[in-house]
Design a protein around this ligand. Structure first.
Ligand code: NAD
Length: 358
């Protein structure tokens, strides 16, 4: 297969971790007989410096013309003073909405080799953690009306949570399709004992579930879900939820697996093109020192292979390579512990690439 990938290296550690993910993709191409070509799309602080905009039109065009997009991270203290509308993070929001990405997929997966890094009790970790949070990304309270006004001599603020049926239908389908590629179980998370949005959510999810008789659907209130993630995470396969609940639960879910440097994500819309990025930021404190953990970005590239290109065997090969390198005891500084071998970003990436075999 031939695929064209838009590459946003970004700021801070972005160029370092993306470089390693591209080496991994090149190795996949070589082993499996594919051709990947890359088109750079400057975004973030580096784009402000070079073009005066955090997301130049040409970069958006490059992303829209590509089969998929790989992103490192954007932002840093150098651009903190930039006006709100042109902040590096603003470029990211414009990119997500410009590409129509309404579904955010974040795996919470514990590599057994890193079990000691989880803040959870070892008995809980021993049961295994491997679930996917499917979060609605461009609706709900974050995108409703926000207003602060003066009423009767005091300030009153309001934020409107709004969902329409079609927004729930499309994210529900993403969750059911995702479950079909995993263990065929969806837990839909809501607050239907209080919120109308949640009642519409639940009713719509139940209706869409009828299209997926092979997938088991259950429901959970968000407060209970927050508790269950730390009490018994092994019970989950796919967690489906709206924007704000998903924002909070997905951070909770990533924390229980150990380091922020390990976790990938995918943002998807209609069609197969997606935006793939690690969940962490540009880590300016360690930028340019060969200290960054590239695994979150490498696993994001694996998600791209699986979800955008339909290359399941290739994605498995990347994930297995990561497991083997961790199994052999190699660690970047953020996941290092006594008895393991500390390596830099480049060496970690090179070792993973070498382990990828057809
Ligand atoms: P951060 O995620 O960049 O860093 C938090 C801590 O985790 C730091 O100590 C950092 O060294 C460490 N860390 C992060 N990624 C790592 C990796 N791959 N390997 C090893 N250690 C890693 O969060 P922050 O410091 O709050 O933000 C820094 C900048 O990144 C800010 O400008 C912020 O706006 C931006 N940011 C960008 C994104 C994005 O591009 N999607 C996301 C979050 C934050």
């Amino acid at each position: 297969m031939e695929k064209r990938i838009a590459v946003i290296r970004g700021d801070g550690i972005g160029p370092e971790i993306v470089g390693q993910a591209l080496d991994v993709l090149n190795r996949v191409a070589e082993q499996f007989g594919h051709t990947f070509t890359y088109a750079d799309a400057p975004m973030g602080g580096c784009a402000i410096d070079a073009y005066g905009s955090s997301l130049p039109e040409q970069s958006l065009k490059t992303c829209l013309e590509a089969d998929s997009v790989l992103l490192g991270a954007v932002g840093g203290p150098k651009w903190d003073h930039v006006d709100k509308e042109n902040r590096p993070e603003r470029g990211l929001l414009r990119l997500r909405s410009g590409m129509g990405l309404y579904a955010n997929l974040r795996p919470a997966r514990m590599f057994p080799q890193l079990a000691g890094a989880s803040p959870l009790h070892p008995d809980v970790v021993a049961q295994g953690i491997d679930f996917m949070v499917v979060r609605e990304l461009i609706g709900g309270i974050y995108f409703g009306e926000h207003r602060t006004e003066s009423v009767g001599g005091e300030e009153v603020a309001k934020d409107v949570m709004l969902y329409s049926t079609h927004e729930i239908e499309r994210i529900a389908r993403v969750a059911f399709e995702t479950a079909r590629k995993r263990r065929c179980r969806v837990v839909s998370v809501d607050k239907s004992n209080v919120l109308d949005c949640s009642r519409l959510w639940k009713k719509t999810v139940v209706r869409i579930a009828a299209e997926y008789p092979d997938v088991e659907l259950t429901h959970m209130l968000v407060d209970n879900c927050a508790m269950q993630i730390v009490r018994s995470p092994s019970q989950f396969d796919v967690l489906l939820t709206e924007n704000m609940f998903g924002d909070i639960l997905s951070d909770e879910a990533s924390m229980i697996t150990g380091s922020i440097g390990m976790i990938p994500s995918a943002s998807l819309g209609d069609g197969r093109r997606g935006l793939y990025e690690p969940i962490h930021g540009s880590a300016p404190d360690i930028a340019g020192q060969d200290l960054a953990n590239p695994i979150g970005t490498i696993l994001s590239a694996a998600m791209m292979l699986r979800y955008s290109f339909g290359m399941a065997a290739e994605a498995d090969a990347v994930e297995e390579a990561v497991c083997r390198v961790l199994g052999a005891g190699y660690r970047t500084g953020d996941i290092w512990s006594q008895g393991t071998v500390k390596v830099g970003c480049k060496e970690m990436g090179a070792r993973i690439a070498r382990e990828i075999k057809r």
